[in-house]
Ligand binder design. Structure first.
Ligand code: NAD
Length: 265
C-alpha cells in the first residue's frame, strides 16, 4: 500500500469507499478524497454516471459498485466487491442514509425498519467486512456520518434519531476494539447541510407542522441551528479528509460536530 505522504496528495495510494456517494454529502466526500489523491469506490441509487464523471475529474481511479446496503449480506458483499475492484480498502466512509418525519404513533413500521437498516445496521455490516483486511495491513480509517441527531433529538424523527445515536455507540465500540491498531473509527455529526435529503425533509416537515416550506426553513430547520446557515457539503467532506490523514491518527472514538452551534445550546 503506497502512500506518497506529500502535501499535494496526502491520500495518494489510499483506496477509499464511500456509501451513498451518488449525491449530497457522500458525493462531496468522494470528491474530497479523490482530490487528496485516493482511489474511490462510489455507491448509491439513481443514475451514477454524473457522480462517476465528477469524481473521475480529479484523476484518480474511480469505480462504482451498486448495492442496496439496507440488506446486511449485500452490504458485506459490497465491501468484498470494492476490495477486489480497488485491490484493497484503506478508508471506509459510511454515509448512506434516509429520513422519514412523522409522529411515533403513526410512524410506519416499514419506514422504521428501513431507516434502522440503512442508517445504522449497514455501518455494522460494512465495518464487519472491512476490518479484517485493515487489521492485516495495520492501517485504516473508518468515518461514520452520523448527525447532530446522534447527540440530541427532535420530534417526529424517532427512527433517524435512534439510528444516529446508535451510530455513535457503534463508532465508540469499534474504536475501542481497534485502539491498539493503526485503524481509527470516528463519527461526524453535521447540523443541517443543504442536500436532496434536506430538501425532502422541508416538504415533510411542512406537512407535519401545517406550515409553508419557507416557514419551515426559517422557523423549524434553521431554528435549531444558531448560525442560521446551512453547512456546505464540502465542509463536511473536508473534515472526513482530515480524519483520513496521518495527522488524525490520534483521533478515535470521537463524535465531531459541524453544526453551526446547534449542540452548543
Ligand atoms: P442524500 O439523499 O443526498 O444522499 C443519500 C445517499 O444515500 C444517496 O446517494 C442515496 O442513493 C444513498 N442511499 C440511500 N439508501 C441507500 C441504500 N439502501 N443503499 C445504498 N445507498 C443508499 O442525503 P445527504 O443529505 O447527503 O445525507 C448523507 C448522510 O448525511 C446521511 O447519513 C444523513 O443522515 C447524514 N446527514 C445529513 C444531514 C443533512 O442536513 N443533509 C445532516 C446530518 C447528517
Amino acid at each position: 500500500m503506497a502512500n506518497a505522504q506529500n502535501g499535494a496528495a496526502p491520500l495518494a495510494g489510499r483506496r477509499a469507499a464511500v456509501t451513498g456517494s451518488t449525491s449530497g454529502i457522500g458525493l462531496a466526500i468522494a470528491n474530497a478524497l479523490a482530490a487528496a489523491g485516493a482511489d474511490v469506490a462510489l455507491n448509491g441509487f439513481g443514475d451514477a454516471q454524473p457522480a462517476i464523471a465528477e469524481v473521475s475529474a480529479h484523476g484518480t481511479r474511480v469505480i462504482f459498485a451498486n448495492a442496496d446496503l439496507s440488506d446486511g449480506d449485500a452490504a458485506e458483499a459490497w465491501v468484498r466487491e470494492v476490495q477486489a475492484g480497488l485491490g484493497g480498502l484503506d478508508i471506509l466512509v459510511n454515509n448512506a442514509g434516509i429520513q422519514h418525519v412523522e409522529a411515533i404513533e403513526t410512524f410506519p413500521n416499514d419506514k422504521w425498519n428501513a431507516i434502522l437498516a440503512i442508517n445504522l445496521s449497514s455501518n455494522f455490516h460494512t465495518m464487519k467486512a472491512a476490518i479484517p483486511a485493515m487489521k492485516a495491513q495495520n492501517w485504516g480509517r473508518i468515518v461514520n456520518i452520523a448527525s447532530a441527531h446522534g447527540l440530541v433529538a427532535s420530534p417526529f424523527k424517532s427512527a433517524y434519531v435512534a439510528a444516529k445515536h446508535g451510530v455513535l455507540g457503534l463508532t465508540k465500540t469499534a474504536a475501542l476494539e481497534l485502539a491498539e491498531t493503526l485503524i481509527t473509527v470516528n463519527a461526524i455529526c453535521p447540523g443541517f447541510v443543504d442536500t436532496p435529503l434536506v430538501q425532502g425533509q422541508i416538504a415533510d416537515q411542512a406537512k407535519a407542522n401545517n406550515m409553508s416550506e419557507e416557514q419551515v426553513i426559517r422557523d423549524v430547520i434553521l431554528a435549531s441551528q444558531p448560525s442560521k446557515r446551512f453547512v456546505p457539503p464540502a465542509d463536511v467532506a473536508a473534515m472526513v479528509a482530515y480524519l483520513c490523514s496521518e495527522a488524525a491518527g490520534g483521533i478515535t472514538g470521537s463524535a465531531l460536530s459541524i453544526d453551526g452551534g446547534w449542540t452548543a445550546r
